[in-house]
Design a protein around this ligand. Structure first.
Ligand code: 0L1
Ligand code: MG
Length: 266
């Protein structure tokens, strides 16, 4: 991140409280840059970090991280050109095929992603995809349910990073595999919604190789003074564009080599 923090501590706390309120009450708010047009990406990660500290102080447990906006389809859909990261807590995890309540979300959309479970710590800067693969215990398919807390899902990178990169819920499942046994670049995925094909793609859509997204994430963490501990669950980013869902819908992401992972919404 080639930017520095420009917000005062008071402003970081104020914006964090605004984002936390929107997440907890499921209400849409204006993008943060409307009030702070000069906000930098470093400011946004300062807000995200403050949000993480607040949730941890409330008893939420950090279980991993996600890379966001890592495919051209996602960047095009959202009008941004740089990937982002967000943190994942135990409160966001949902069991495979369980009923996921949507009344506590604002604009839910689903993405299918390759998730990595780490067996060794990783620390940047300079983390490469080879380092990621050496530190990976196994990979598995995941569905991410993102939720932007900004009016009309309209935002810029600075606002969305402060909103924890739209993290909301996630579901891991399918078949866990050793990364060495697969070509992680060429995994096909078909996302079905209510029995119809809603999107499809191949894992190379994620920065050419999903492990590149995890390396990018580790290098951003290093800029934030953080590392990725062994045991982390890390999502590498949506392979296709995100698909809106509402109560009554069910989705299933069918991955080549990794089986299927599903979710239904109430
Ligand atoms: O996981 C993602 O790619 C989400 C990043 C934030 C942008 C969005 O809400 O779509
Ligand atoms: Mg995602």
């Amino acid at each position: 991140m080639s930017t520095s923090i420009t917000l005062s501590r008071e402003d970081v706390v104020r914006l964090t409280e605004r984002v936390e309120g929107a997440q907890k009450r499921a209400v849409a708010i204006p993008k943060l840059t409307e009030e702070y047009p000069g906000m930098t990406l470093a400011d946004s990660y300062a807000v995200q970090n403050e949000l993480r500290q607040r949730y941890l102080a409330q008893g939420h447990r950090l279980v991993g991280w996600k890379a966001g906006l890592t495919s051209k389809a996602k960047m095009r859909q959202m009008g941004v050109d740089v990937p982002s990261i967000g943190f994942l807590t135990d409160r966001m995890a949902r069991p495979e095929n369980s009923a996921i309540t949507l009344s506590d979300l604002v604009h839910p959309r689903v993405e299918c992603e390759v998730a990595f479970v780490m067996k060794a710590d990783l620390k940047g800067p300079g983390c490469t995809s080879a380092d990621v693969l050496a530190a990976t215990g196994y990979v598995l398919p995941a569905i991410e349910i993102i939720d932007s807390r900004f009016h009309g899902f309209k935002f810029d990178l600075e606002s969305v990073v402060a909103d924890n990169s739209s993290s909301a819920r996630f579901v891991g499942g399918g078949r866990a595999r050793y990364a060495d046994d697969l070509d992680l670049r060429t995994l096909g995925v078909v996302l079905e919604k209510n029995g119809e094909i809603a999107a499809m793609g191949a894992s190379a859509a994620v920065l050419g190789h999903p492990a590149e997204a995890i390396a990018m994430l580790v290098n951003i963490l290093a800029e934030l003074g953080e590392s990725l501990p062994a045991g982390s669950f890390v999502m590498s980013g949506g392979i296709t564009e995100a698909i809106p869902v509402k109560a009554g819908d069910h989705v299933i992401a069918r991955f080549q080599e990794l089986g299927s992972v599903g979710a239904r919404f109430v």
